[in-house]
Design a protein around this ligand. Sequence first.
Ligand code: AMP
Ligand code: ZN
Length: 443
Amino acid sequence: MSLVIYNTLSREKEAFAPLDAGHVRLYVCGPTVYDYVHIGNARPVVVFDTLYRLLKRTYPRVTYVRNITDIDDRIIVRAADNGESIEALTNRTADAYQSDMRRLGALAPDVEPRATQYVAEMIGMIQRLVDNGHAYAADGHVLFSVPSMDDYGRLSRRSRDELIAGARVEVAPYKKDPADFVLWKPSTDAQPGWASPWSRGRPGWHIECSAMSARHLGETFDIHAGGLDLIFPHHENEIAQSRSAFGHPFMATYWMHNGFLNISGEKMSKSLGNFFTVHELLDQFPGEAIRLLLLSAHYRQPLDFTHEGLTQAKATLDRWYGALRGKDARPSSVVPQSVEDALNDDLNTPQAITAIHQLADPAELRAGANALGLLQQDAEAWFRWTPADSSGPSEADIDAAIAARQAARKAKDFKESDRIRDDLKAKGVILEDGPKGTTWKRG
Ligand code: AMP
Ligand code: ZN
């Protein structure tokens, strides 16, 4: 079975046919870096990392671009609140993001462009839009002229009234049409700004992704992805900008959107305050457990976040790693067909997980789980994981106790060796004696 993708543009599942079968190109909208990301923000990262892995297995070359938005009014405000420079804030936050996503098993994208490095490209693109009549300058701003594009709104399928209401447009005297959106805006002296033909200012959010995707993937490319909330206005406006600037009938051929991670039925979001950061959850659960939870529902379905769900995901991984323990379980060279078929069907990860449960052979289990970015570590390392606030003995303490017990057994002091074992058990560490020596896990 070959890859089928649900395309938001057509609202249908379509066979995936890359523009160039020798080089598949994927763009995923990344975070705005002003604070730790929450686990909802990690859903697109983990989902589209799973897609990236699948594409890499299927095609000879894949370029995956995931941007970092380091120009944004929330960044300006937060840096001022913290009393630090914008650069210090965005560098620190971007580093934390990359490290947290790595701990969720996400591969680094091929390119991770930061918006501040592409302002010249954005100005160039805005100039093209002004020159060809799709944008106009007013009061130091540049606006995209929505009426200049016949089929604006195709992705989100909104009526003109909905577009205007949804754009949540501030009444601005310089706008010719209420649906027009900002490509460039002036900065005050206190705000970061770049010289441009229109004002010392800064780019709007949407133009960042149009410029960075064009620079690294070309004027048209295969897949553009992100969360459901990006369909409108962000992706609609990216399409308007890129198509109008370059004159192609499409920007990307496939548009993929993940559903929301909810908490008690409500979208997890910073503004509602109902969020857990990935950073704090990684103190309490292994990254792979968080990843498995995020893949346990189909990516287009809502997924309710609970700590109970994370505990269950960890228990599943305990079982899988348990099956690999003490075995030579290098992954088989090909992903088991049942897992690959599920993933090829619009990334049906719950089906893939069901298929993994049925794999009895350790090498196949490892290969099937690897396709989802799971079972990436040594089984012993998995069982040695401890929560950050654990009051139990450290790894070094445990290793020392095992060595002492070994010595006692060698000296046939079984009373002492049993005492050491029982003492560890009381502290939540379970020893298992096997043919290759003693292994341990936290119980
Ligand atoms: P933002 O920094 O708000 O632009 O979000 C970064 C990415 O996370 C975007 O792809 C959003 O669509 C996605 N996202 C934000 N909140 C959630 C959520 N609760 N569930 C799933 N995805 C989300
Ligand atoms: Zn974007």
